[in-house]
Design a protein around this ligand. Structure first.
Ligand code: GDP
Ligand code: MG
Length: 144
């Protein structure tokens, strides 16, 4: 087996817009349909401290405050998802950050409506690297 077949874990968030729009099942269905395994799953409200840590690399950017506010505006679903190359694979399922240009067939391309809001409301988060995944899983699921 080559290193490209490594089983990984990634941190997925279904953001408050996804929960509010009743898209939890649809997002989880797409994850499972792809063959990934949900190894932890929790609906919760996140406080500004956790969200600030989660989005630490965005601190100082104009969208940081509205992003933290939006992410804390209602319950979200946090999940740890496992599978071969799932970090890249879930980002591919999610589509690019901006829903307008996210490809049809992706979660954001098919389902997100982000226009005319202060922050891009694009339904989901997925870790962007093995280092981010380890850091984010540690933040959201310290017991894992
Ligand atoms: P992601 O990894 O595709 O989620 O994108 P990033 O890590 O770059 O950004 C994190 C989140 O911040 C995005 O999913 C958006 O919700 C939001 N965001 C990122 N860039 C911008 C921006 O330029 N303007 C606004 N309003 N929101 C942004
Ligand atoms: Mg990101």
């Amino acid at each position: 087996m080559t290193s490209t077949q490594t089983t990984e874990r990634t941190l997925v968030l279904i953001k408050p817009d996804g929960v509010q729009r009743s898209l939890v099942g649809e997002v989880l269905r797409r994850i499972e349909a792809k063959g990934y395994r949900i190894v932890a799953l929790e609906m919760r409200s996140a406080d500004a401290e956790l969200l600030g840590e989660h989005y630490a690399e965005h601190r100082g950017r104009p969208h940081f405050e509205p992003l933290v506010e939006f992410m804390g505006s209602g319950p979200l679903v946090a999940a740890v998802v496992e599978g071969v190359r799932v970090i890249e694979g879930f980002r591919s399922l999610a589509g690019t950050t901006e829903p307008t240009t996210a490809a049809p067939g992706t979660i954001r391309g098919d389902l997100a409506r982000a226009w005319e809001t202060q922050v891009i409301q694009n339904l989901v988060h997925g870790s962007d690297s093995p280092e981010s995944a380890a850091r984010e899983i540690g933040l959201w699921f310290p017991a894992l």
